[in-house]
Design a protein around this ligand. Sequence first.
Ligand SMILES: [Mg+2]
Length: 251
Amino acid sequence: MKKWITFDLDETLMQNPFGKWVFPEVENLVSSFHIKDGILKKIRNEHKRRMDQQKLRDAYDWDNIIKQVLREEGIQLEINIESLVRKHSIPPKVYLLEENLLNTLDRVKQKGFSLGVVTNGFYKYQFPVMESIGLADVMDMIVTPCQTDCAKPDISMVKRLPGEGEIVAHVGDRLDHDVSFANELGIQSILIDREMPEEMRKLAPVNRAQQTEYVEKLFKKGIYRDLQFEKKYIPNIIIHSIYELLEKEMS
Ligand SMILES: [Mg+2]
């Protein structure tokens, strides 16, 4: 039976073009209109509002969000985020977060795993990036909210795997989306912390999650706002690089 390892994309494997290229261009396109606090603030607020309402899928529908914001501001302008993403999905604007990442992923495959992506980003925004940096070729499946109509941490994301097999581990950078998703599925939850302190790096990946002080610090990151320290958010394994998936203590 196929054994799958699934991966998150943003902040885990790749840098998307939104923050540095797509959103600044949106800002430019509306620069002749007066929008109180600026369009990016409006976009962020609408994203957050949808997140707070647990509309996780809609929160990542950037074309829909921008359409709504422009309508609310009375601006008659068409902005197509999908085509802006395509335009800016060219290295070095987009890149892999690790040197030799494709090679590392290939070696994980050689150990007998199939590799998949489980992302909350829409297919039309993620695939052009994956394609331009070579990730599309190493991934055997891509799961996005477009096919599933839900988003992580909802485990319905992987209710129907294309093809046979089972997921044995999920790797991601967020405690609330990735780790809790994996824990609820009852598979290995692997957190990637690229800013891991030196003294933690010396420990084996399986022992890092027992370092209470370190794990508590991870909860204090700004992105989590009021996330409570709960068992479902605690990863089984913490790595600082995808390369660590190849190490002996991992398997
Ligand atoms: Mg991520």
